[in-house]
Design a protein around this ligand. Structure first.
Ligand code: URP
Ligand code: ZN
Ligand code: ZN
Length: 462
């Protein structure tokens, strides 16, 4: 394998930024030289001129749903297209949800996802096991799952009748997972209250996509977050909240962390940058933004940015759960409850958080690296192989031009979906080159890697 020298750029890690030459051999970072910058350092087969550019660790996106059956359909990206899109957007590792179908043994779920990803993925990947049916013996199957490198468990507190676990099951899963060192990721919403609010709206003839938002007020998330934190305390287990969208949820997590409780959380790109006015779009347009929880008002977005700065929130993920507007979102034309919940974003997470976060002064560049790569890698047993730039780590690298810009459009994206959440936005910063274990996988937004390059990442326990 050719040796590479990334020369003359500014290396950014969660701990600091500095000028350095970075040498890559055999897919790993072999040396970092702060001596004569740009002078060449140790010899290499190929020199990548990074003058004026930022050299970042490849993004780690710990919340994607590829090739996943949900709400009567299947997400529009599989492990081939989804990981290509990830690569083009500067994400070199994903952790996807292996979603159990009712009646399926957890080991079989994981096997099914291995079969889907193996030979298709363009970047490295891992799985969370998403438990939706706690059959007799399921808890006894968890140690085998964890031994196989799937060291996190996802549960839903919403979607009764399909995905939801009750509080007793949540407690059981937390207690068992805590003992195994597996992190439990929780979708926190009060599903039963939401189902009743949604039914009331539909009974009043309020069936359009806009009512998705009204059926899931902030309190439905906040209540579930408080409840789950208390249940995790009783189970003596760490807990991680996915896709937090509200100020009060972030405050609850921050308060728990201040007590040194093992509580952590992510928000998503769209909760930071998009607002509920999108639900007022013409016709059925709002269905594009039917994702769960819904988009929130500016006060929530401001609080999420603040909590990312201060550490209440540690991760920005994409919750990439793509459904095409045509045919898939249209399943809910007559009833918003039938619109598949989710939106695309794995390709745009890094660009949008950089452009609208770092460039607009909401997030420092080191914190950007922290929340998009380092803390996700640390939280899910991938660090230090992934999530930073250090000698011995995988050479997952992004060359970003801070003077460039990125225009987002469904016409040019690699995601296999017919719309983009940030359609028409031009954001500062341009991801020029993306390397996965020393192989160039994307150049100027175009995929140049190969299916099957991506490897399953057996993750450490926490
Ligand atoms: O709307 C969303 N978030 N869909 C994906 C499933 C989930 O809840 O994460
Ligand atoms: Zn969720
Ligand atoms: Zn999700």
């Amino acid at each position: 394998m050719a040796t590479l020298l990334f020369s003359g750029g500014t290396v950014v890690t969660a701990d600091g930024s500095y000028r350095a030459d970075v040498r890559v051999a055999d897919g790993r970072i072999d040396s970092i030289s702060t001596g004569e910058i740009g002078a060449g350092g140790a010899p290499a087969d190929e020199r990548v001129d990074c003058t004026g550019k930022l050299l970042l660790p490849g993004g780690v996106d710990v919340h994607t749903h590829l090739d996943s059956r949900m709400m009567g359909t299947v997400t529009a990206d599989d492990f081939g297209t989804g990981t290509r899109a990830a690569a083009c957007g500067g994400t070199t590792t994903i952790v996807d949800f292996a979603l159990q179908v009712a009646g399926e043994r957890l080991g079989d779920t994981v096997t099914r996802y291995h079969e889907r990803a193996d030979g298709r993925a363009a970047v490295d990947y891992g799985f969370h096991i998403a438990v939706t049916d706690l059959y007799d013996g399921a808890l006894n199957d968890l140690p085998g799952i964890v031994d196989g490198g799937v060291t996190s468990v996802k549960v839903f507190m919403a979607y009764r009748g399909s995905l939801m676990v009750d509080d007793g099951e949540l407690f059981d899963i937390l207690r068992t997972s805590g003992r195994l060192g597996a992190r439990v990721c929780v979708h926190a919403e009060n599903g039963d209250v939401i189902d009743r609010m949604a039914a009331d709206l539909v009974a009043q003839g309020k069936v359009g996509p806009k009512y998705h938002e009204l059926s899931r007020p902030a309190a439905t998330e906040v209540e579930a977050v408080h409840r789950a934190i208390r249940i995790s305390r009783m189970a003596d287990a760490p807990i991680y909240f996915v896709h937090l969208s509200t100020a009060d949820s972030a405050a609850a997590v921050a308060a728990a962390r201040a007590e040194e409780w093992p509580v952590s959380a992510e928000t998503c790109t769209h909760y930071l940058t998009l607002g509920p006015e999108l639900y007022d779009g013409p016709g059925f347009e709002a269905a594009k933004y039917v994702l769960t929880p819904p988009l929130r008002e500016r006060a929530h977005r401001d609080a999420l940015w603040k909590n990312l700065r201060t550490g209440g929130l540690g991760v920005v993920s994409s919750d990439h759960c793509p459904f095409c507007f045509s045919e898939q979102k249209e399943l809910g034309r007559d009833d918003f409850r039938k619109i598949p919940n989710g939106g695309p974003g794995v390709e745009h997470r890094m660009s949008v958080v950089y452009g609208l976060g770092v460039h607009e002064g909401k997030l420092g560049i080191e914190r950007f690296v922290d929340v998009t790569a380092t803390t996700p890698a640390k939280s899910f047993g991938l660090f230090p192989r992934k999530g930073t730039i250090m000698v011995g780590g995988d050479a997952d690298l992004v060359v970003l031009d801070p003077a460039g810009s990125t225009t987002i459009s469904a016409r040019t994206q690699n995601q296999n979906v017919d719309y983009a959440l940030w359609e028409g936005h031009t954001v500062p910063g341009r991801i020029e080159r993306v390397y996965s274990r020393g192989e160039l996988v994307a150049k100027d937004g175009a995929f140049v890697g190969r299916a099957g390059h991506g490897r399953f990442q057996a993750r450490a326990t926490v």
